[in-house]
Design a protein around this ligand. Structure first.
Ligand code: PHE
Length: 350
């Protein structure tokens, strides 16, 4: 081939290489194009094999052109490769992208809230757990034995009448009952654990009461039980007072008044300063300045006997009070029936 022909075909090769590189879509393709144009067996290699047939002048002209085309293709390839690699990197980053952004949910609108009774129960548990008590659970459907008999309330005892019960049609007549208080859980705990025992037992209880502003047929109590060596009435009074201040605040006090429960002896009712008037007397506390919260006393020896705890070695106290009543006092809820109403205007305040 003559040198003008060689120069012309080099120009074609250069153009073809430029077009191929412009169309390349990956760095691998760029590499293939480079090899096919400027590689050992590429298009330009054919040209350089023709060089030796040229005279010195033509050899120089064609040789220089060859070099400059080779380096042009190679630098063109390099820049295409760089930009393709950058594109490939962007694509990879895009595909590996994870959306870690948070977004705000309007919790009150969409998620609802914990019922005031559940919240109060949890807060009461916290207070007692802070005092070293464990939290125990018992069933709402109880045997007559656990709910009454083992608690020293025999069949014809008037105390059964004062806790009008819902009996279930199950087994022997009147042998299964919706528990009327959380005290049967005391029995279960003493049967399951050896003393020393420091436990609270919250839960729902049922009584055949007509609903009014302070009573509903289903309500909640939290029971307390301590069994240890040398436990006295002072420990009971101190525990009640400590709880009262921890839950209601330092300006609220407790007091005990003699009362009767078959399963404790001596027994007391415990009252706290009326939270509505602060103790000066108002309609809620009937002018007395005190509100009754629950009952308590020293565990009766007959109860210890029923569960096989030796009353010579161990002594203890128990208490039980209304969770609903606590919430009523703490949040000035005027009517307890609202707990069961499912009124969103009430529920969403807590
Ligand atoms: N169980 C009693 C009630 O429901 C309260 C109570 C519990 C009294 C423990 C004394 C000891 O009224």
């Amino acid at each position: 081939m003559e040198s003008p022909d060689l120069l012309a075909s080099m120009k074609e090769i250069a153009e073809a290489a430029a077009i191929a590189l412009a169309a390349a879509t990956s760095s691998d393709q760029v590499r293939e194009i480079e090899i096919s144009f400027i590689g050992k067996r590429g298009s330009l290699a054919d040209i350089s094999s023709e060089l030796r047939n040229l005279d010195a002048d033509a050899k120089r002209t064609v040789g220089e052109a060859l070099n400059s085309i080779r380096s042009e293709i190679s630098s063109n390839a390099e820049s295409v490769r760089t930009s393709l690699r950058e594109q490939e990197r962007m694509l990879r980053l895009q595909s590996e992208r994870r959306d870690l952004s948070e977004f705000l949910v309007d919790r009150h609108d969409s998620l609802g809230s914990i019922h005031l009774i559940s919240r109060t129960r949890a807060e009461l548990e916290d207070v007692f757990v802070g005092m070293g008590f464990s939290v125990e659970d018992g069933p709402e459907v109880e045997t007559e034995w656990n709910n009454f008999e083992a608690l020293n309330i025999p069949r014809h005892h008037p105390a059964r009448a004062s806790q009008d019960s819902f009996f279930l049609k199950f087994g022997e007549q009147d042998s299964v009952v919706l528990r009327t208080h959380t005290s049967p859980t005391q029995i279960r705990v003493m049967q399951a654990q050896e003393p020393p025992i420091y436990a609270v037992m919250p839960g729902r209880v049922y009584r055949r009461d007509t609903a009014d502003s302070r009573h509903t047929p289903a309500f909640h109590q939290i029971e307390g039980l301590v069994v240890d060596r040398g436990i006295g009435f002072g420990d009971l009074a101190g525990t009640i007072e400590t709880f009262t201040r921890a839950y209601f605040g330092p300006e609220i006090n407790s007091r005990l008044r003699p009362a009767f429960f078959p399963f404790t002896e001596p027994s007391a009712e415990f009252e706290i300063t009326c939270t509505i008037c602060g103790g000066t007397g108002c309609r809620t506390c009937s002018g007395t300045g005190w509100i009754e919260l629950g009952g308590c006393g020293m565990v009766h020896p007959n109860v210890f006997k029923a569960v096989g705890v030796d009353p010579e070695e161990w002594s203890g106290f128990a208490f039980g009070f209304g969770i609903d009543r606590c919430a009523q006092m703490r949040h000035s809820v005027s009517d307890a029936r609202i707990y069961l109403d499912n009124d969103i205007r009430f529920l969403s305040q807590f």
